[in-house]
Write a protein that binds this ligand. Sequence first.
Ligand code: AP5
Ligand code: MG
Length: 218
Amino acid sequence: MKTIKKKLNIVLLGPPGAGKGTQAQILIEKFKLKLISTGDFSRKVAQEKSPRGKLARESLASGKLVPNKIIDDYVEEEMKKVPLKKEVIFDGFPRDLPQAKFLENLMKKLKREFQVLYIELTPKEAIRRLSSRKICSKCNLVFKLEDLNNKNQCPKCKSELTKRFDDNSEIVRKRFKEYLSRTKPVINFFKTRSQLIKINGEQSISCVAKDILIKINN
Ligand code: AP5
Ligand code: MG
C-alpha cells in the first residue's frame, strides 16, 4: 500500500445507514485512529438520570439531533485528551452548520487538518440496511443480520447483539427528515471549502473501504 501522505483526521458524513460506523471500524483497525462517535455518546448519555440524559432520550426517541451544547462539549473534552500524534475519526459529527463551524474552529485551534468523507447512499438502500442491522450491546460494533448465521453473539466480545431502538420505521423516517434539513447543508459547507471527498456507498463494505483508502491517499 502507498504511504499515507495527508493527515488522517477524518470526518465521516452520510445519511442514517450509510455505513459510517462500519467504515470507521475498518479505518480504526488499519490506522489505530481514536474514535469520536457522537451517536454512541448520545446513546450512553440517554441512559443517565440527569437533565442532559432526559434531553438525549427525548432527542433519540424523536429522531432529532441532541442539543449542540451537549455534543460540542463532549467533542471538545475528548479532543483535549488525544495526544497530538494520535489521529481522530469523527463518526456522525458534525451534524448541522453550527457544529461544522465549531469543529472547524476547534481543529484550527488544535492545529489539526482534517478530511471529510461523504458516503452517498439512496434512502431506499439505507432503510433496507437499517432494517437488518444488529449492534453489540457492549462494544457497539455493527453487523448485518445476513452475516450472523443466526448467532446473536458479538464475534469480538461475545456479548449479546441487539437492535437499535431508533431503527424502527417511524423513527428512521424522522432521522432522515432531520438529516435532510440539518445535515445536508454541512455537505455543501465542506464542499465550498474543497474539503469534501465523495464516496459511493452503494457498493459492498470492502469496495467502499477500498475506495476510501484510494481517496484518502490522493
Ligand atoms: P448515529 O448513531 O450517528 O446514527 P445515524 O447517523 O442515523 O447513522 P447510523 O449509525 O444509523 O448508520 P451508519 O452510517 O453508522 O451505518 P452502519 O455502519 O451502522 O446517531 C443516532 C442519533 O444520535 C441521532 O439521531 C441523534 O439523535 C444523535 N446524534 C448523533 N450524532 C449527533 C450529533 N453530532 N449532534 C446531535 N445529535 C447527534 O451500517 C448500517 C447497516 O448496514 C449495518 O448493518 C451494516 O453492517 C450495513 N452496511 C454497512 N455498509 C454496508 C455496505 N457497503 N453494504 C451492505 N451493508 C452495509
Ligand atoms: Mg453509526
